[in-house]
Ligand binder design. Structure first.
Ligand SMILES: [Zn+2]
Length: 222
């Protein structure tokens, strides 16, 4: 009789422990929805390649700042984040005959080497008409995932940033030569005075990064 009571008690304790562990696991997956996901943040240009410019303001510098904020936001959600560059450098070697091609090729190789599940290429737009504005997403149809994630992110830019732009396709070298899912993100227009101001502000960089991070979470949850 005594041993039976003990047995029941043990079952009860195990049951409580099980509930506790389940709760913990739930809490972790809720707080860290990107736990273990390998994501590459790719700040465009760098070093000898400034990207688009407005006076002394260079695309390569702003995209690096945005990328670092984005990296931190993704890591807060549990992701394993790598960056193609963390300083003002380009990835070409002095032996490359075609420097730009060498730079882009090495970025693609990095995705492969680290078995990236998603890449986010961060860039900034420029147009002769300064009234053009809005964050924009471009994808290559090399796999079906690119469009799925691209649409999700573009929709979030529309609702959260009021962007009037549309999801577009790109045929650029870097995007058609990797099967790793990912998109090209044009955060705004350097040619637009308002966006030029905003994109250099930490608050706006964080807002952009949070929209991108939320989109990544939704993407992996589905
Ligand atoms: Zn660019």
């Amino acid at each position: 009789m005594v041993s039976r009571t003990k047995y029941t008690f043990l079952i009860f304790i195990l049951f409580i422990l099980g509930l506790f562990c389940l709760g913990k696991v739930n809490a972790i997956t809720n707080e860290l929805p990107l736990l273990g996901r390998v994501i590459f943040v790719d700040p465009g240009h760098g070093g000898r390649d400034p990207g688009t410019t407005y006076g002394k303001i260079m695309e390569k510098d702003i995209v690096l700042e945005i990328s670092k904020v984005l990296r931190d936001e993704l890591m807060k959600k549990g992701a394993i984040v790598y960056m193609t560059r963390e300083t003002d450098e380009d990835l070409s070697s002095k032996w490359d005959v075609r420097k730009k091609r060498g730079d882009l090729y090495r970025r693609i190789l990095m995705y492969k080497k680290y078995q990236a599940e998603l890449y986010l290429s961060i860039h900034i737009n420029y147009y002769s008409n300064s009234s053009e504005s809005g964050a924009e997403v471009l994808y290559n149809p090399i796999n079906s995932e690119n469009k799925i994630f691209g649409k999700l992110l573009m929709d979030n830019f529309k609702t959260s940033l009021g962007s009037k732009r549309k999801l577009k396709q790109t045929d650029l070298y870097m995007y058609k030569n990797t099967t790793v899912p990912g998109v090209l993100i044009e955060c705004g227009f350097l040619s637009n005075p308002n966006e030029r101001y905003l994109m250099q502000k930490k608050d706006y960089q964080k807002k952009l990064s949070q929209i991108i991070t939320d989109s990544v979470v939704t993407y992996f949850n589905n």
